[in-house]
Design a protein. Structure first.
Length: 522
């Protein structure tokens, strides 16, 4: 890890010093150096090292973490965990070393032990899938709050702790997230801090990167949920099968309860694993065969849906989710069943559904304009199609979409996203997302090529406006009474990365500014 890559997390106070020999025995490694060295923390970021830390010097995309050993030692590192390449680079350092071919494979277990096995003091719910992780996690958190549980939330938008002080006073702390699932040392430190803050239950999003890289190693999951799988992250995974196998790692027996949405074909694959117990199954398709199903799904004016939830033994409950779209019924059912799996009454789970709005997920922006405006994080082909399908029934006029694709990410999904948006919209404004190091015009060209594949009689009117603020302005000027405007791709994000610079840019804030200055609200 480079010294500028984020990976730190707030540390719990008062960790018991552990002899390095205990950590070595835990993972079956010899100690090169003094086995009695006392370790009080773990980090893989040289800029996060504190006195008493074990520094994990891992191979990186550009440089090896061993290159920053001097910085780590100066900051107080007392030992090193690394691979053979790193070992060769740190031989001159007067520090004990643990050497293993794949340090990531043991890092989670080491961090778990150093921070006092925090997930064992918590009820941890993990959620994975391409789309719906964030929404489902917020719905689970809302159900926990309705059941008066103190909660921790770890995910794409933020890390939030709703705990209790020593005198029982409720406390809330929140930090923007650097990544969906923290690196293993930061994750275990975070869980320890949550446990110390009086949290009883944590819900966390578990990304495919995290599973492939062992970031959740050592975490004891009470329940794990699978939403769906669609094209994404193929800049990291070799192909869709590799992507699926990474997601499937969450269902390898590490969770006491497994809940799978079987409307998704990859979800159904998780049912047929020799020697593994069958997961609890959910479906939001009426008439489907699953342990938990729905019927009578009805859109509610102003957003959301009502439905009847059917559980085991013929039990039924009337339910409402405040978020629009059939896909949010699916997210809601998964959340309820995960909560049921950890002992939360269904009535409390349903109470949470009825009140929850998720940042940047089908989030309405209303300054009094005569049309509906919504910001959503949809950044995969499936998510774009799903969002547009959800909004189409509420569209009396035209469905106008503003969409871009991120740079330095899977380029193959760009034409697919352009096609999905051009098929599902009446007007499509192709713009920039986070171009990062790529040429923005080239990204837009790939999207436009996909849009051009849609037959003329089904293709939206397509405009290209590179500057994102200008694109939002153009879309607002086009919108009129009865129209629906979807601004997709960035959702909750508060910055736009162009080159190496992240510029302040929040679609919700900018859209409010544009709407307020356009005369649309008059």
């Amino acid at each position: 890890m480079t010294p500028t890559e984020p990976g730190a997390a707030p540390r719990a106070a008062g960790n018991r010093p552990l002899p390095l020999s205990e950590l070595a025995d835990l993972v079956g490694l010899p100690v090169h150096g003094d086995p009695a060295t006392a370790v009080t923390g773990v980090t893989l970021s040289s800029t996060d090292v504190r006195a008493g830390d074990l520094y994990a010097a891992l191979p990186g995309a550009r440089t090896h973490g061993a290159a920053y050993l001097a910085d780590a030692v100066a900051a107080g590192a007392v030992a090193v965990l690394t691979d053979p390449v790193g070992h060769a680079a740190v031989t001159d350092a007067d520090l004990p070393v643990l050497v293993v071919d794949d340090p990531r494979a043991v890092l989670g277990d080491v961090a778990d032990r150093v921070y006092g096995e925090p997930s064992g003091r918590l009820t941890v719910v993990g959620i994975t899938g391409t789309n719906g992780k964030t929404t489902t996690s917020y719905l689970v958190e809302a159900g926990l709050a309705a059941a008066e549980r103190s909660t921790g939330l770890i995910g794409t938008v933020q890390t939030r702790t709703r705990g209790r002080a020593a005198d029982g006073t409720p406390t809330v702390t929140a930090l923007p997230s650097v990544r969906t699932t923290p690196e293993a040392p930061a994750l275990h430190a975070l869980l320890a801090g949550m446990a110390d803050a009086g949290v009883s239950t944590v819900v966390m999003e578990v990304s495919s990167h995290a599973l492939a890289q062992g970031r959740v190693g050592g975490v004891r999951f009470a329940a794990a949920g699978f939403t769906n799988l669609g094209r994404d992250h193929l800049d990291f995974h070799a192909d869709m099968e590799d992507y699926f196998q990474a997601k499937a790692l969450l269902f390898d027996g590490r969770a006491a309860v497994e809940v799978v949405d079987v409307d998704d074909p990859y979800g159904r694959r998780l049912l047929d694993r020799p020697g593994r117990p069958r997961p609890v199954t959910v479906s939001s398709t009426e008439g489907a065969v699953a342990d938990w199903t729905v019927s009578d799904v009805t859109p509610v004016p102003g957003g959301g849906s009502t439905f009847t939830l059917h559980g085991p033994g013929g039990a039924t409950w009337p339910a409402r989710v405040r978020l629009p779209g059939r896909f949010n019924v699916a997210n809601a059912v998964l959340a309820v069943v995960l909560l049921d799996g950890i002992g939360i009454p269904v009535a409390d789970a349903l109470a949470g559904l009825a009140t929850t709005v998720v940042p940047g997920r089908m989030e309405p922006v209303d300054v009094g304009q005569p049309f509906v405006a919504v910001v959503d994080y949809a950044h995969t082909p499936d998510a774009v199609r799903t969002a547009l399908s959800a909004l189409r029934p509420a569209t009396a006029g035209r469905l106008i979409t503003v969409l871009g694709c991120g740079g330095d990410r899977d380029p193959g999904k760009r034409p697919e996203m352009g096609r999905a948006a051009a098929e599902g919209s009446d007007v499509l404004v192709v713009t920039d997302d986070n171009p990062r190091s790529e040429e923005p015009a080239a990204i837009r060209a790939a999207m436009l090529a996909g849009a051009a594949q849609v037959p003329d009689d089904r293709r939206a009117e397509v405009l290209e406006v590179g500057d994102r603020r200008a694109a939002l302005t153009a879309a607002v000027r086009l919108a009129g009474p009865g129209d629906v405007l979807l601004v997709a791709g960035k959702g909750h994000e508060t910055g736009q990365q162009i080159g190496e610079t992240v510029h302040p840019f929040d679609d919700r804030t900018v859209l409010r500014e544009v709407l307020g200055g356009s005369g649309a609200s008059s």
